[in-house]
Design a protein around this ligand. Sequence first.
Ligand SMILES: Nc1ncnc2c1ncn2[C@@H]1O[C@H](COP(=O)(O)OP(=O)(O)OP(=O)(O)O)[C@@H](O)[C@H]1O
Length: 674
Amino acid sequence: MKNKEINEKSLDDPNLKETKESEKQYFKKKPKSNFLAIIGNYLKTHIFTAIILILIAAISSATSVLGPKIIQYMMKTLLVPTSALLLFHQYVSKGNFSIGDLNDLLDKSNSGVKLKGDPNYILSNNDESLISNSKNYFTSLGNLDLGWVDWIYVQIALFILLGITTYLSQFIAGIMGKNIEIDLRNKALERLVKQDMSYYSDKKIGEILTKIVSDTQTIGEQAQQVPVTFMGALFTFCGSIATLSTIDLKLTGVVVLLMISIFGVLITTFGIVKKIALRVRKSITNINGDVTDRIATIRLIKASGTENYETERFKKIHIDYNKKSRTLIATQSSIITVITVGISSIQVAIVVAAALMYYDTPAYLAITLSSFISGIGTMVGPIMQITRLIIGLIQASAGSIRINEIIKSKSILDVSYEKEAGLKLKEIKGDIIFKDIEFAYPEKPEKVILPKFSFKFEHGKSYAFVGETGAGKSTIAKMLLRFYDPSNGQILINGNTDLRNLNLSSYLDKVGYVEQEPQILYGNVFDNVKYGRFDATDEEVIDACKKANLDEIIMSWPEKYNTILGERGMMLSGGQKQRLVIARMILKDPELLILDEATSALDNIVEKEIQKELDKLMVGRTSISIAHRLSTIKNCDQIIVLGRDQGVVQIGTFEELKKQDGHFKKLYEAGLMD
Ligand SMILES: Nc1ncnc2c1ncn2[C@@H]1O[C@H](COP(=O)(O)OP(=O)(O)OP(=O)(O)O)[C@@H](O)[C@H]1O
């Protein structure tokens, strides 16, 4: 297919349309990055790490900054004697040359180079090689008088120090990066599990995964690089400028001007690249969302024979990503080119400037230029590092915007999870009252699913909700589990306490939920049955499995109770899964049992067996079933009939409702209760 065609077609893809729309909304809100704040907060709480990093950066910068100074001293100790010798010849030819004259000459050269050894011996021997030999000269570093060979030793010592400090800074920064990554991921995961269900209704699992896995990783990697590189580069840069200024102030001025222009370019492009990087991240997130979605529905793909269609579709959804990535790569390449060329031109500019300035003093030009060029070399490293750092910083900023969308998201349940928040519920010993309840999903507030109604669930009795599809039966369960709060009205627990005022964990501790497609965790049988009552013993688990008629099946597996279940483990049949959940409920012994079409996915024979177990489980506790099957509702104390968009339309026992004209009778006669 031609590119244009693919492009046009790809725009029809709802996935891409959705991205473009959400992107527009996204940039309208002007997302703020707080990557630097993340690092700042970490360092604020880890002062010791901050101090060590600053110290190490300062030491390691000093080691590289001193390089040109050492070269300057070494060059002086090597070159000054040659000049001194020339002058010595002039004086000697005039006769009467003293050691004072030689030291005067050295002082006048303003080089700081001094004569080593006994000057009288040197002069009385009148040996030119003694004067010309640079071994006999030194430059001072504090109290130390160092000859040119000593300066090489200093250089080597500095290299070793540089090695040690580099290792230490990388190690400490690496730990910091990992801590930040793990901390962010944990915070995001905490937020995700504490979110109410409406949060998930417009998000794809793959999108969330990209943020949790890949964005946190990028932030961690950059957190490892940014502070160390930035501090090191800053110190080296300032140190280099200081060192260069001791060599030649005017030339240093030229370097500073050139550097300011290069940083100007970097700063102006930062914002542009950040925006493009965000677009790329959004695009790849969308792809990840799509891939997870398709892999999760692989059975549909296999059963429909749509493998080739999907392969083509995957290619198409990459067009947008490819386009955005190219823009990003092109922008980044331009920046690196500008910086690299800019930096290289500094050396040329300095040679030209120095030649123009010191045309008439070639000796000074030679010494100054050689140490200056070496000094610029020291500066180039940090600038290149800062350039790369800025690109990394942009990626991390994009990542931090995205992970913060999760971390900073609000939930209606926020308060309920705090340990001390809300009233702790000891037991559900009274009635559960739905008082003037009205419900519309927050995602679609204009569509009222359940118009205002009130109902009392008496303690210890069994209730069933019936009604045609979409009438709002499962919505009742969702409200009782606090997946959603009612739009109006109250759910009163024990007849008087608003569910919203209860500590949620203390309430859900006493609630058992069995759904149509039970959720099995990756873990062994013990892990799965104990989920929700972690203090139970293995014996209690085995006992619960026996009561749920599951023990015999488990014992037939090679690993018995240690068999791994879940996505990558043993696959269970629908009936086995339900039995496992029943065992979980037997162990949990909840005071309120919610059964949401628990048996509707099972065949008749298995359904009968499971219903028998559920009936046993329901004895002595308040139970609310959402049901399709006659067998589920027949024995219930009360049946509540829901009509689509009408809410509660009838209430009564099975025998009563069967006889009454109305909604239930229609459902029953239409065979919807079989
Ligand atoms: N998250 C949601 N956002 C918006 N509307 C929703 C959401 N979940 C469900 N609905 C809508 O609410 C209505 C009631 O859904 P509910 O699942 O409670 O029906 P139900 O009676 O249990 O149906 P079924 O018997 O088919 O399971 C439906 O019209 C459904 O489309």
